[in-house]
Design a protein around this ligand. Sequence first.
Ligand code: G4P
Length: 191
Amino acid sequence: MKELQEKILKEGTALNETVLKVDGFLNHQVDPLLMQKIGEEFANYFEDRGITKVFTIESSGIAPAVMAIKLDVPMVILKKQQSKILNGEVYQTKVTSFTKGTSYELTLSKKYIDKDDKILLIDDFLANGEAAQGGIRLIEEAGATVSGIGIVIEKSFQPGRKKLDDRGFDVYSLARISRLAEGVIEFVEEA
Ligand code: G4P
């Protein structure tokens, strides 16, 4: 998505070879008009899949996910809990973040998923794929289907994309970054 690439080049900062700061429009302050266009792009791409729910992971996935308004389905936020909840009302799975060096229990209330659901999972970053795979585990545990994965910024040089491709998921990333270095941001050349 050209407008997103331009925004990343203009306002993003590559801190080093692995981390891209985009606090000014995605992770801290949010650009609502850009989010609207991002949501539209996801909705257009996935509109023929019979999506029944959009899932995202708190917190930075929420803005782009809620903007997939055109799909006209509920949006569910997968919560990050510090510890296990010991009752039968939730699905939980442990996710470890390589980038942040932390772990959490990704949590979904059983009330908000059904085995017939066809789910579009949207997140802000795809790096190592741990968060996305945690979301997929919860959806599959409920017997529902992952019908697509929408990513705002993919760091294609990290293993997440390949892991999801290898499992046959349809991943649509709006910006694919091939290389980062201090002051350098390069995108994958799309064929
Ligand atoms: P993974 O889920 O793909 O394995 O990624 P990883 O665990 O490595 O990333 C953990 C957190 O760091 C995620 O945010 C992810 O969005 C974020 N992240 C990863 N790489 C970058 C990057 O280059 N730039 C920025 N800005 N964020 C990155 P989170 O902890 O879930 O936080 P949030 O959604 O509350 O913002």
